[in-house]
Design a protein around this ligand. Structure first.
Ligand code: ACO
Length: 327
């Protein structure tokens, strides 16, 4: 029986839109290539004055509002991000201050695109043991500042945004987190990295010139692994819940590439019409993609109370996971 459930959802994306045709002026690419290979048509880009924690706090306020709660009701803040305001302190610290949720524990989880699934998994454990009652879980990413805007193999893929959920105690009516599973395979650590700026490679002028502080990705390796691992993690949470894909109402998969999602749909034998897709509008917002898509589908009435919703994500690490939620 579920121990925690989703009490509210919210998201925030920056106003500024960068369309594929705008990218044609920056790198050697085309609207047709990007749309065909990824499904992306636009992405939202943060304004200069806007930082990661601003987007996270905006999404969190909307999630709290939809839950009918305020900051004083929250026991813990978990932020899934790899693009926080600064290497230290955690992005969650700034979110806490912006929400006015003084003295509650606030920390980041570094699991790249899987950060939101990791965050929900951790929150569920705290709620299950009674150590926390209400936990704010946020996925936020401001990757536009961590991209090499001369590298067409990465800069066309990502966008900025934030999504959040409030998790609270389940009520014994069957609604809530039915199962979560998280995994990491460090043997693929090299496939998607920001190599410079840490202790192994402190930034030098030479490193900056080589864009060692920006995202580097082996796209095809990630692509193949994503299809396999998203399918196996999804199968694992279904099995753990005693359900099959026929019992699902919706799948909210990480929005990295429409072709990945299509393949996962095939392998799960679950129709594409039941996948929540918004990659065309936001690109890959990493840890924010699932909570943004979830909130949009809740607000427009597609996802309703009682629906079985499968979420799955994979990203740098590589780290991946899945969660099955009865809303
Ligand atoms: N515009 C035009 N041409 C391009 C572009 C571009 N933006 N990017 C690459 N190309 C070219 C390549 O140079 C290559 O040309 P060549 O054949 O002359 O060498 C050709 O297009 C095909 O390139 P591929 O890399 O084979 O293209 P592919 O179909 O594999 O698509 C992509 C690339 C979109 C990156 C895909 O591999 C992918 O989506 N990978 C997964 C990425 C992902 O899921 N990341 C998730 C994790 S993100 C995170 O954790 C933060």
């Amino acid at each position: 029986t579920p121990k925690s459930r989703i009490l509210g959802t919210g998201h925030y994306v920056p106003e500024k839109v960068l369309a594929n045709v705008d990218l044609e002026k920056i790198v050697d690419t085309s609207d047709a290539w990007i749309a065909e290979r990824t499904g992306i048509r636009r992405r939202h880009i943060a304004a200069d004055k806007e930082n990661t924690s601003d987007m996270a706090a905006a999404a969190a306020r909307r999630a709290l509002e939809s839950a009918g709660l305020n900051a004083a009701d929250i026991d813990m803040i978990i932020v899934g991000t790899i693009s926080g305001d600064s290497p230290m302190p955690a992005c969650a610290v700034h979110v806490q201050q912006k929400l006015g949720a003084d003295n509650i524990p606030a920390f980041d989880v570094s699991a790249a695109c899987a950060g939101f699934i990791y965050g929900m998994t951790i929150a569920d454990q705290f709620i299950a043991t009674g150590a926390a009652r209400c936990v704010l879980v946020i996925g936020v990413e401001l990757l536009s500042r961590l991209l090499d805007w001369q590298d067409r193999t990465t800069c066309v893929l990502f966008g900025d945004g934030a999504g959040a959920v409030v998790l609270g105690p389940a009520e014994g009516d069957g609604r809530g987190l039915l199962a979560t599973r998280i995994f990491t395979d460090g043997s693929l650590a090299h496939a998607l990295t920001i190599p410079g700026g840490g202790t192994a490679e402190p930034l030098t002028d030479e490193g900056l010139a080589k864009k060692r502080n920006k995202v580097h990705m082996m796209g095809q390796e990630i692509f193949r692994t994503a299809i396999k691992n998203l399918t196996s993690a999804s199968t694992a949470v279904l099995k753990a819940s005693g359900l099959t894909s026929a019992d699902l109402d919706w799948v909210v998969a990480h929005q990295a590439n429409l072709r990945i999602i299509t393949q996962v749909s095939d392998r799960l034998n679950f129709p594409m019409e039941k996948f929540i897709i918004n990659i065309q509008e936001y690109g890959n917002t990493s840890s924010a993609s699932i909570p943004i898509a979830l909130d949009e589908a809740v607000r427009d009435g597609r996802i309703q109370n009682g629906h079985n919703v499968l979420m799955c994500a994979l990203g740098a690490g590589i780290s991946w996971g899945a969660a099955l939620v009865r809303m």
